[in-house]
Design a protein around this ligand. Sequence first.
Ligand code: FAD
Length: 301
Amino acid sequence: MSLKDFFIALSENQTLNSAAQKYGYQLGAQTVVAGTNIDEVVESIKALNAQGIACTVDNLGEFVFEKSAALAAKEQILTVIERIHSENLDAHISLKPSQLGLDIDYDFCYENLKDIVALANEYQIFVNFDMENYARLHPSFELLEALHAEYGNVGTVIQAYFFESDDNVERFKDYRLRLVKGAYKEDPSVAFQDKVDIDRKFIDQIEYHLLHGKFTSIATHDHNIINHVKQFVKEHDIPNEKFEFQMLYGFRTDMQVSLAKEGYNFCTYVPFGQDWYGYFMRRLAERPQNINLVTKQVFNK
Ligand code: FAD
């Protein structure tokens, strides 16, 4: 088992997830999670906004198998939207359909999403559907299309590692899209496994959406890709209003600030909440060196 597989397996472990909620933040998650409640995350957003950085706010949540948990998540997200509006924050919402009940009942999930998108629409706040594993991809796209037809303020993520991702970039070219490499462990029958293939697809899709699509969020910590994009937009006269860079809270913070200072739109993905364990383990799976973040926290107390 590779280290990546090991951390992915941990991220999917429900017992450890519950234990982590009980024992709080001790594993060092506070470096990459912007607070455990709404007041804390609002402070983190204000600090980023003060540096010219926008935010996309994710109320962390996994393993939602009960309607009550999905409804609680919905209420939490509605409160975040109210706070973004009332405090005039430069921020929008990221959410995962599974957290709003996708694994329980499609129509129930649709109603929950609709309440969120409708309120955000009233305040002209954008809502992004994060993309999860392959089994949830097509149901999530269907929900997205239904809500996009009714409200314009929704978009999604295309994960470059899927074989079908070129088609999906084309299918959603009129949407605001976040383009990523892809974070989950996927079967070789549906997704590229090699970094070279994934990077190539990722670059192709970024270029395509920058040239033909609506607004593009380029979500990566990969400086080679970022430098490539900078060069590409210059050569093709693509204005800064057409795209932004995104990174996760707590990663390459100096680069986040310097990209914003250079005049690029920059948006930090700001996760918060009690349910941080799975998120944290996936970050370790992507880059085991991130474990440095953990050890620093544990030993520098
Ligand atoms: P990698 O391929 O991990 O790294 C490439 C190179 O960049 C590394 O070799 C190293 O040289 C450098 N590098 C990377 N990280 C660091 C670091 N911390 N410090 C120093 N150097 C570094 N995935 C999904 O499946 N669904 C989603 O909805 C989703 N949303 C995302 C939102 C945002 C804002 C971001 C940033 C990512 C999201 N992801 C999502 C995760 C994404 O799919 C990748 O798994 C993740 O970003 C890792 O790939 P990477 O492009 O950052 O670079």
